[in-house]
Design a protein around this ligand. Sequence first.
Ligand code: FAD
Length: 416
Amino acid sequence: MRLHDHAGVANSDGVGVVILDENILNATSIRRRAWFAENVRALRRAYHTRGGKLIVRSGVPWVEIPKVCKEIQAKEVHALRSYTPYGRTRDAKVKGVTWHGGCYVHEPGTIQRPGGHGYSVFTPYFKRWSSLPIPTSVEAPARFSSSKVTIGEGEIPSFESDVLLPNPGEDAAIAALDEFAQTRLERYEFDRNRLDGSGGSRLSHYISIGVLSPRFALHRLREMNRDGYQKWMSEVAWRDFMADLLWQQPSLIKRAYDPKWENLPWQDDETSFESWRLGRTGYPVVDAAMRELRATGFISNRARMIAAQFLAKILMVPWQKGESVFKNWLLDGDTAQNVGGWQWSAGLGVDTAPYFRIFNPVAQGHTHDPEGQWINQWVPESGGSPEPLPNAIIDFATARKRYMDAALRIGELSGS
Ligand SMILES: Cc1cc2nc3c(=O)[nH]c(=O)nc-3n(C[C@H](O)[C@H](O)[C@H](O)COP(=O)(O)OP(=O)(O)OC[C@H]3O[C@@H](n4cnc5c(N)ncnc54)[C@H](O)[C@@H]3O)c2cc1C
C-alpha cells in the first residue's frame, strides 16, 4: 500500500497490483472498506505521478495474481510478507512470489530466546529488539522506467464511510508523522495516556494497512533527535511483539493465550453486551470510549484498555465479542494488535498481565481526563464527571469481586 520502504517496488518497473480480497473486504465494515479503497486510490495517484500503473482487481489473490501475471507477462512478482493466520494461508497459495519483510521493524519469528523459542513477555523481547539495528528503509523510486503494460488498470470501487476519514495515502501519512514530531513527540511520554488520544501520534490507521512503514517512521524520528523518541519506539516494538505472539500461537485469534482462562464463568449476556457496545453502561469513561469509537473510528490506547477490560472482567462477556466490535469500528483495526490488546486487557496470559489488575473507570477518568472535557464531549449527561450515573447497569465493586473470586479459583486449581 506504499511506494516507500518496499523492496519489491524499489526494483520494479512500476506496475503495482492490489487485489481487493473478497475474504477480507466482504467481512468488514463500510468505514474500513472506504478507508482501504481511498488508500488504493491514493496509491494509484502515486504510481501515475512517477510514470507507473496500479492494476486493481477483485477476488482472491491466488486466482487473480496468476491471471494478471499472464496478461502482462510479468517476469517477477514481489510482495511484503503477512503473518496473520489468514495471511499465511493466503500467501502460501500464491505461487512464484518473492517475499520481503517490511510490515514490521523486526519480522515475527526473528527475535528469539537462546534455544530458538520466541518470547512471551514484552520486557525481555524489547531488550533484544532494541539491541538490534533498525533495518534500512528503502526510498520510494522518484520515477519508474516507463512500463509497457497496456491492459486496463481496473476500477477502484467507492464506499460511503459512516465516519470522517483521515487524508489517505503515504504523503498524508508522512505529513502526519512530521506534524507529530514537531508538535507532540517531546511530550509523548507524559501525554500518551490521555483519554482523548491527543498525546499520541494517531498514525495507527496508516501503519496498520501498510501505508506508512514503521521502519521509515523510526528512522525519520530518530534523525530529529528529540525527547520522546525512545518511548515512541517502544510502543512501535509492542506492535512487533503482538504480531510475533500471534505468529507463534495462531490460536490466539479465538482462544486464551493461557488456556486455563477459558474456564472463567463467562456470561454471554446480550443485554450487557449491547449496553457496552452502544455506550450505555452508566460508567462515563467506558461509555465515552464506545461512543467515540463508533462515531469516529478511533480511541486512545487507554480508552481501549479500559473499555475492553470492563467488558471482559466486569461484565464478564466473552472477550471475542468485544474484539469483533473493535475490529470493525477501528479504522486501524488489525488482527494481531486487536487480538493481542484484548487478550492483554482481559488478563488471558499475554505478557503475564496479571488477572488482579482491574482498572477502575472512575479513578482512570480522574487521572487521565482530569478536566473531564473528553468525558463531557461524549457523555454530556455526566457533566464531565467519571462517577457512575444513576442508571449504571452494574455495581463495580460487586462485579470486581465476582471476577476476582472466579479468577482466584482458577489460579488455585492450576496451582499458580
Ligand atoms: C483492546 C485493544 C485493542 C487494540 N487494537 C488495535 C488495533 O486493532 N490496531 C492497532 O494498530 N492498534 C491496536 N491497539 C494498540 C494501540 O491502542 C493503538 O495502536 C494506539 O492507540 C494507536 O494510537 P497512536 O497511533 O496515537 O499510537 P502511538 O501511541 O503514537 O504509538 C505509535 C504506534 O505504535 C503502535 N502501538 C502503540 N501502542 C501499541 C500497543 N499497545 N500495542 C501494539 N501497538 C501499539 C501503533 O502502530 C501506533 O500507531 C489496541 C490496544 C488495545 C488495548
